[in-house]
Write a protein that binds this ligand. Structure first.
Ligand code: HEC
Ligand code: HEC
Length: 382
């Protein structure tokens, strides 16, 4: 404890951070926030015009699922960030949202299934939650069982494999800290801590995770016009043309953008993409945004594919003929699953294009990073 105080004082002296001490509970870390909150609320005003302008084809503007009563504010999203990384939200103080949704992995988990607080495994692959704000129908989880993001964010807390808490217990724990009542007051006007406010703040933080600074994005000028050929390599450009039709060039598209739509390559509803022959429940899953996809292996709801080339090979010749298969993946003439018959050169190009969707600024953006530090002998969860 002595050592920790010294370290805290030392870092106060050398950095402009406000430190909020979180002594007491071993292993939860010390919260470190900037004295003025980061900008989350008006972040969409900095999005490039093509990204949100309703006049640009494929813009995400019309897909925003933000509810009128939970607009993003700087203090609300800041509180959400703290909650997202706080181990107090799990019964044994080891698990937090960011443990399964890792920023450097596009907020996904490199493990096929994630380990929960007692070591048990989740039944699905942790989703990359980037651009959740622009999933048009506003439903969440791979099978869309959560009707809203506000509803979804409370579920992992109460899931017995993931964090194993009850909401009243979480409220009690947060009330016992010195800093949460202040953070709730800044975000919502009074220091009251409620499950509803926890849900709103977490949802604001997740909605603020918008990726728009990849190499692909840099092809658009300030008028929203794309200059793909000038920005992408010849191989990446070929991959783009295989992914989606490009005006002015012969159409060689293999139809990916029919489902992974819009400027953030996100779907609009759950679809069956032919992973399995037997899908008694319909086998429909959310069509995720492909932003940062190269950092989000393994792939699909069950993490069955280890690499992007495995995914491309699947779409090339592996789509299964089940009764619920989306018509877009059927050959219009034969009704059978489409075979794309791509050459190795084309497959490599498609993978190269998918790599242009990586957004390094987003993956290292401090606004989305863990605000807890562990300067003491306590170790972060391995
Ligand atoms: C133990 C690992 C784990 C923890 C902890 C965890 N998640 Fe998840 N998360 C997952 C998995 C796995 C899924 C997919 C589950 C499914 O679809 O059945 C998921 C799905 C989601 C989704 C849905 C995304 C979409 O596009 O539909 C959101 C949002 C999300 N998590 C946010 C959170 C938040 C917020 C927390 C903390 C309160 C959290 N998660 C804690 C593993 C985890
Ligand atoms: C009929 C709609 C549809 C089409 C067409 C389609 N996809 Fe998908 N895609 C999906 C769905 C649905 C999923 C999620 C399926 C699952 O996990 O069960 C998915 C998942 C993916 C994933 C993995 C995402 C993740 O987070 O794990 C990648 C990569 C991908 N698709 C790339 C492509 C490419 C490349 C093409 C074109 C060759 C394409 N898709 C065509 C619907 C489609």
């Amino acid at each position: 404890m002595r050592l920790s105080r010294k370290l805290v004082l030392a870092s106060v002296a050398v950095t402009p951070w406000i430190l909020v001490a979180a002594f007491g509970q071993d292993g939860v870390g010390i919260l470190r926030l900037p004295s003025n909150p980061y900008h989350y609320a008006d972040a969409d005003q900095h999005y490039p015009p093509y990204f949100t302008s309703p006049n640009v084809p494929g813009s995400v503007a019309l897909a925003d699922n933000t509810p009128a009563d939970n607009r993003i504010t700087n203090d609300g999203a800041t509180l959400g960030r703290v909650l997202f990384y706080d181990r107090r939200l799990s019964r044994n103080y080891t698990m937090y949202c960011g443990e399964c949704h890792k920023q450097s992995h596009g907020f996904s988990d490199p493990d096929r299934f994630s380990h929960g607080l007692y070591g048990g495994l989740t039944t699905r692959h942790a989703m990359g939650i980037t651009n959740s704000r622009y999933y048009q129908n506003g439903r969440f989880f791979w099978d869309e069982r959560a009707p809203s993001l506000e509803d979804q964010v409370l579920q992992p807390i109460q899931n017995t494999v993931e964090m194993d808490m009850t909401l009243p217990e979480v409220v009690t724990r947060l009330q016992a800290t010195t800093f949460y009542p202040k953070l709730f007051k800044s975000a919502f006007g009074t220091p009251d801590i409620t499950a509803d406010r926890i849900s709103k703040a977490l949802a604001q933080f997740v909605r603020s995770m918008v990726s728009y600074r990849s190499k692909f994005d840099s092809a658009f000028d300030s008028n929203g016009l794309a200059h793909f050929q000038q920005t992408l390599t010849a191989q990446e450009f070929l991959g783009l043309r295989l992914f989606q039709p490009v005006p002015g060039f012969p159409n060689i598209s293999r139809g990916c953008a029919a489902c992974h739509t819009a400027t953030s390559q996100i779907g609009t509803h759950a679809q069956n993409n032919g992973l399995d022959l037997n899908t008694p429940d319909g086998g429909r899953f959310k069509t995720p945004s492909l932003r940062n996809i190269a950092t989000r292996a393994p792939y699909m709801h069950d993490g069955r594919f280890a690499t992007l080339m495995d995914v491309v090979n699947f779409y090339d010749h592996g789509v299964q003929n089940n009764p619920f298969l989306d018509p877009l993946l059927r050959d219009p003439n034969t009704g059978l699953p489409r075979r794309l018959n791509m050459t190795q050169q084309e497959k490599d190009a498609l993978v190269a294009f998918l790599n242009t969707l990586t957004d390094p600024t987003f993956l290292t953006d401090v606004r989305f990073s863990d605000p807890f530090v562990f300067p003491v002998r306590t170790k972060p969860h391995p």
